[in-house]
Ligand binder design. Structure first.
Ligand code: SAH
Length: 268
């Protein structure tokens, strides 16, 4: 038997935020290796009786690959459950390479990233017409060095939305870099701790000048998304440039304009 190893995005924490496909793979898994430190164990609640379930938190990458390869020899469906989406700051490629070398089929099921769960928790939009149409997923330099051209200072110069992962203990660096990029002291910053985790989610709203102290006072030192964006708080703006897609004067493929003065449609 040669099973498939499925890398499944478990979502940001709320067990209901796994995809239907991810859940049905868990329901028929012969073995599940989950990232214990981050993935809510509840994500394994749908595993069938007799499923081998292991926590990878004390394993090296080599041990994880060996575990998956060994289980794929015995089970048709082996699941590696990862936090959020597997394509962001996971060790997807490092794990896929040894599986490829062993000739084991691999597939990936996307998950709800904590960036999206954080936006949802705070009722924020990363894009707004004529404010910003771009979102950057990044981090500040910790033990993993940033490639050239990707310092927060350089990225922040775009004045678009920044979702800063893995950086809650490095807020001093976030502040220094944003200031160096010219963001004002009153630039809004939102920190979402444990987005979507039932009963544990916390949302702090502050500014470049205040957010570090707010996080310290609240004791927030882990599992948090830092969002910096010119769109933050737009729910309360009195004047908003509306998206043209829903504008009554705008015709597109699915709807004729109900008022005259229709601009040329944009490709959907
Ligand atoms: N693949 C994951 C990210 C893993 S890196 C994803 O797509 O979300 C781990 C970082 O993700 C943490 O340092 C934190 O910045 C962020 N994170 C993970 N879960 C989170 C949550 N529930 N709420 C806020 N941030 C979270």
């Amino acid at each position: 038997m040669r099973g498939t190893v499925w890398f499944v995005g478990a979502g940001p924490g709320d067990p209901e935020l796994i995809t239907v496909k991810g859940r049905s793979l868990i329901e028929r898994a012969g073995a599940i290796l989950f990232a214990g430190s981050l993935v809510n164990e509840a994500a394994t609640r749908w595993a069938p009786a007799g499923c081998e379930i292991a926590d990878s938190k004390d394993m090296t990458l080599e041990q994880m690959a060996a575990w998956l390869i060994e289980r794929a020899a015995r089970h048709a469906t082996v699941v590696r459950l990862q936090t959020g989406d597997p394509a962001l700051y996971g060790t997807l490629i490092e794990m896929v390479q040894p599986l490829d070398a062993a000739g084991i089929p691999v597939a990936v099921v996307p998950g709800v990233s904590s960036a999206m769960a954080s936006a949802a928790a705070a009722v924020e939009s990363f894009t707004l017409p004529e404010v910003t149409q771009t979102t950057i997923f990044t981090r500040v330099e910790g033990r993993t060095p940033m490639p050239e051209g990707e310092s927060l200072r350089e990225l922040a110069a775009h004045r678009c939305t920044l979702c800063i992962f893995l950086s809650i203990t490095l807020l001093h660096k976030v502040e220094t870099e944003l200031r160096a990029a010219g963001w004002p002291e009153d630039a809004p910053v939102v920190v979402v701790h444990k987005a979507s985790w039932p009963g544990e989610e916390r949302i702090l709203r502050g500014t470049l000048a205040t957010i570090k102290r707010q996080c310290r006072d609240a004791g927030i030192v882990s599992q948090s998304m830092v969002i910096v964006s010119p769109t933050l708080g737009s729910r309360h703006w009195p004047e908003l440039t509306r998206s043209r897609l829903y504008d009554p004067s705008f015709t597109h493929r699915f709807r004729r304009a109900s008022v005259p003065g229709t601009p040329a449609p944009e490709a959907p």
